[in-house]
Design a binder for this molecule. Structure first.
Ligand code: ATP
Ligand code: MG
Length: 419
């Protein structure tokens, strides 16, 4: 039977769940357009190198989480684990680096070989935005404001906390790396094997460790904020000032770091306590070095990605469309096609119409009630002969005989037509 299950860590989006997913995407896309971020779609498959070069050889994603595909041509291809590297790759391959700034929105599935839990899938879905070519903090504030506006429209802004921090510029991070190494040297033997490897390759990564032992050691570590130079402090102050002005609430979290190599300056996460341990619903930061790392020109960037699956889990049921259909009931199977014709006439006006299939009037009325129809349009031989139709309001039981060419008008008069 196991073949009949979805692959571990993947889920079918049945219609009700799908409505929540598409609501998140639709709202995010709509608000992004208001900010001038237009949708881009890059392939789900990329060369492994796209991520290896950007996420870094030592990242969890590259070492443990990537789905590699055995391509028949022998190419090293992977299923994308995240969106940013692919978007930046597309900008370079498309020769778009001359026309800055570039503002993109994307939505789609990502793949990571992780241990599946509530809110943590192997096929996950993300929305995201990237702003390329703006190094000024106004860019950082604008993308955070866009995220906040999306959450507000999903009525989730009161259920999340925006946590922000700065990783500073390269100089600040280099200073901090030395301070951190000095502290961690004494604890080296007690670090997790992963962090011991990071100690040599990229010690800042240790800050992002999920290992409980590492977390305990890190409690006593010096803070990155103590190593910031004035330039980095000034940039971060401007971002905070911008958020204050736009009345976007936030909490400074000096422990927040992003796990990937290409981040600098601002790092932020919207977190919630509503989803158990998988509390981050949207996360991002500035990635000024990324484009150059991929072999393109030096173009600054800032952006974020939000987890559609986690956001959809938080979404109130009222976001699920609950429009009641109008049922078409031909009294005899010979009249079914006539019924379809009538259904189309009403659908032409933007109404939700369900056909009832098979059985006599009684059976079909039962089906209409089961589909929670608000009204039924009943067609019998007499109605066909006289070009009429019986309209039955299913809540009150009231019934009217009306001319077929007055159907839409009558539905509107009775307040049944949805727009
Ligand atoms: P985490 O620390 O939870 O592993 P991350 O740092 O790997 O998150 P990002 O790469 O920043 O996550 O992805 C952005 C968002 O995408 C996350 O905040 C989360 O909402 C969502 N996300 C990431 N991985 C998963 C997953 N495996 N399943 C569901 N959603 C995910
Ligand atoms: Mg992760």
């Amino acid at each position: 039977m196991s073949q009949l299950q979805p692959v571990r860590g993947t889920h079918d989006l049945l219609p009700l769940e799908h409505q929540k997913h598409s609501c998140v995407t639709r709202v995010a896309h709509g608000i992004s357009k208001l900010y001038g971020f237009n949708e881009i779609a890059t392939p789900i498959m990329e060369f492994k190198d796209v991520f290896k070069r950007t996420l870094g050889d030592a990242s969890d994603i590259v070492t443990k989480e990537m789905y590699e595909i055995a391509d028949r041509g022998g190419e090293d291809i992977v299923l994308r684990p995240e969106g940013t590297a692919g978007v930046v790759r597309a900008v370079i391959s498309g020769g778009l680096t001359q026309s800055m700034p570039l503002k993109y929105f994307y939505a789609g599935p990502m793949f990571r070989y992780e241990r599946p839990q509530k809110g943590r899938m192997r096929q996950l879905h993300q929305i995201g935005v990237e702003l390329l070519g703006v190094s000024d903090p106004v860019g950082d504030v604008e993308v955070i404001s866009l995220a906040y506006e999306i959450l507000k429209n999903l009525e989730l802004h009161d259920r999340v906390t925006l946590e922000i921090n700065t990783l500073g510029d390269k100089e600040s991070r280099n200073t901090y790396r030395e301070t951190l190494l000095t502290y961690l040297k004494d604890h080296h033997a007690h670090l997790s094997p992963d962090s011991q490897m990071r100690f040599d390759r990229n010690p800042l990564r240790i800050l992002d460790s999920k290992d409980e032992g590492d977390k305990r050691i890190l409690k006593g570590a010096p803070l990155l904020s103590e190593s910031l130079n004035d330039f980095s402090k000034d940039i971060f102050a401007k971002i905070c000032e911008g958020l204050d002005l736009l009345k976007i609430p936030y909490k400074l979290n000096p422990h927040l770091v992003r796990g990937l190599d290409y981040y600098c300056h601002v790092a932020f996460e919207f977190t919630t306590t509503d989803l158990g341990s998988q509390g981050t619903v949207l996360a991002g930061g500035r990635y000024d070095g990324l484009m150059e790392m991929m072999g393109g020109p030096s173009v600054p960037g800032v952006g974020w990605a939000g987890g559609i699956d986690r956001l959809a889990m938080m979404l109130d049921n009222k976001f699920i469309m609950d429009i009641r259909p109008i049922a078409v009931i031909p009294m005899d199977e010979n009249l079914d096609i006539k019924g379809l014709e009538l259904a189309n006439l009403v659908r032409d006006q933007g109404c939700f119409v369900e056909m009832t299939y098979g059985g006599n009037l009684g059976k079909r009325l039962k089906k209409a009630n089961k589909m929670n129809a608000c009204a039924a349009l009943i067609l019998g031989e007499d109605e066909i002969k006289n070009n009429t139709v019986s309209l039955k309001l299913l809540d009150s039981g009231d019934q009217f005989l009306i001319p077929q060419d007055k159907v839409n008008e009558t539905l509107r008069e009775k307040g049944i037509r949805q727009w």
